[in-house]
Design a protein around this ligand. Structure first.
Ligand code: KIV
Ligand code: ZN
Length: 521
């Protein structure tokens, strides 16, 4: 590998998933991992295997199914963590990486760990050696690296590299760094550690966005010698998020005059598609004015700008929108489209569904096709999303009718069926503050589970009067945990009821006893 090649390490499925409300199921994570492979990221960090069965399964399944990128699992410098990560990445063979971390800054040493510098080095070295017994590809992160004394950080880097680490990542864990200072730190490590110069070890950066500087810090670090950037699609992540992959990649590509020959392997035409999939699967909407992937990123409303663009695009556009995958629209499907056409379009959109899932999706496709003239790619993705986000359906919607208006008390009657029961439809009616509230109350009466809506958003998936409305909501079913639900329909009350049932079914399925894999440490 050329020394000016920057490795793109994607942590959407690990650090990205750590942002509250973004947790995803295995099918959702796999859909993202498949798209990340198409985007050609170099490394996928699939989770933190020791912390839950879900994380273990995520890393393990990605390691089994996704070809191309390195598959990585996170671990503290603790034997059981490292062994869980080792087991999880094993199916990836030589493409398996273990990422061990241990805090090194004074404040973490004194107040969190209660350990002196020499003990930190000993633990870090032991952790790396243990990881090395599972795979050759071992990364070490001194957590809170940006606030660690630089001399000590040099010692840590040297020690872990001597123990076998092939990548050392310097996290700006709390988003404290500013570009010049962070670049100076990376430059100093580069100068002081010979292996970073010879390419025997790679210096990596991992920046959080608490001051809105994650991308700027990462790019400054690349100029100072970093050759791996850790980032997430749409910049999702803990608190204010991580450095956004799309911004980093396009900054390096668009400003080659400034960054020189630094290159990465990303296929930028897959960026918008990746952003949409991550937004859907994580239920995190992308702000309209978000760089590169926001809906307004290439929208010019000023007459002067529009005139300039028509005369020469580069007058007001520094990137070609098609270069990042905007505008790749295809002919929409209609209710007359057959199963094969739907399957082909799904493939084009990056989805791989099982036969039973395709059958269920095709039924919903026909229902929507009956109500809408055209079924656009976004409509289809929304239906897939509903299918993937689906959990065992304890309760399903059979019928819904609502009366509402400015002179009437909103009333809903709902019919639900319960899996495993005979075909009996249970019905209830309720009044509420609005039609959605009335529908939710009627559902609660049937199921006997009381939920409280905490967050609700509605968006039109495609354009036009018959656009599909997609509802994403969060509900609390009494245990303080916020459960996300999604639903889509041309009728927004029906979409709301479907989203609420999706959240309820998710809540009920989590309460069922889990099966544990034999591999679990
Ligand atoms: O922000 C951080 O320090 C991390 C490490 C585990 C790399 O996410
Ligand atoms: Zn982080």
């Amino acid at each position: 590998m050329k020394t000016d090649r920057v490795i793109i390490f994607d942590t959407t499925l690990r650090d990205g998933e750590q942002c509250p409300g973004a947790s995803m199921n295995l099918a959702e994570k796999l859909a993202i991992a498949r798209q990340l492979a198409k985007l050609r990221v170099d490394v996928i960090e699939g989770g933190f295997p020791v912390i839950s069965q879900g994380d273990f399964d995520s890393v393990n399944t990605i390691a089994k199914e996704i070809k191309g990128p390195i598959v990585c699992g996170l671990a503290r410098c603790v034997t059981k963590d490292i062994d869980a990560a080792g087991e999880a990445v094993k199916p990836a063979g030589k493409r398996g990486r273990i990422h061990v971390f241990l805090a090194t800054s004074k404040i973490h040493r004194e107040f969190k760990l209660g350990k002196a510098q020499d003990e930190i080095i000993r633990l870090a070295v032991d952790g790396v050696k243990r990881a090395k017994s599972w795979t050759d590809d071992v990364e070490f992160s001194p957590e809170d690296g940006s606030r660690t004394e630089p001399d000590f950080l040099v010692d840590v880097c040297k020690a872990v590299i001597a123990a076998g680490a092939t990548t050392v990542n310097i996290p700006d864990t709390v988003g404290w760094a500013v570009p010049d200072q962070y670049a100076a730190l990376i430059g100093r490590l580069h100068e002081s550690v010979r292996e970073f110069q010879t390419g025997k070890a790679v210096i990596s950066v991992h920046c959080h966005n608490d001051l809105g500087l994650a991308v700027a810090n990462s790019l400054a670090a690349v100029r100072a010698g970093a050759r791996q950037i850790e980032c997430t699609v749409n910049g999702i992540g803990e608190r204010a998020g991580n450095a956004a992959l799309e911004e980093l990649v396009m900054a390096m590509k668009t400003r080659r005059d400034y960054f020189g020959d630094i290159e990465c392997g990303i296929d930028s035409r897959e960026i918008v598609k990746s952003s949409r999939i991550v937004s859907r699967m994580s239920s995190f909407l992308v702000q309209r004015n978000k760089a590169i992937v926001g809906e307004n990123a290439f929208a010019h409303s000023s007459g002067i700008h529009q005139d300039g663009i028509l005369k020469k695009r580069e007058t007001y556009e520094i990137m070609d929108p098609q270069e990042v995958g905007w505008g790749a629209t295809e002919l929409p499907l209609t209710k007359h489209s057959g199963r094969a056409a739907v399957v082909m379009r799904l493939k084009h959109l990056g989805f791989k569904l099982s036969d039973p899932d395709i059958n269920a999706l095709f039924i919903r496709f026909k229902e929507v096709g009956d109500k809408k003239k055209f079924v656009y790619d976004d409509d289809l993705a929304s239906l897939v999303d509903g299918q993937i986000a689906k959990v065992p359906e304890t309760w399903s919607l059979h019928q819904l009718s609502v009366t509402a208006g400015n002179q009437t008390v909103p009333t809903a009657t709902v019919g639900l069926s319960k899996t495993g029961k005979d075909a009996t439809i249970l019905r209830e009616a309720a009044i509420g503050d609005g039609p959605v509230d009335a529908a939710v109350k009627a559902i609660d009466r049937i199921t006997g589970v009381r939920g409280e809506l905490k967050d609700y958003s509605l968006r039109a998936v495609s354009e036009g009067e018959d656009a599909l409305g997609e509802v994403t909501l969060k509900a609390d079913f009494g245990d303080g945990e916020l459960i996300t639900g999604k639903g889509a329909s041309t009728d927004i009350i029906e979409a709301s009821a479907r989203a609420y049932l999706n959240a309820l079914n998710r809540h009920l399925s989590r309460k069922e006893p889990k099966q544990h894999s034999a591999n679990r440490p």
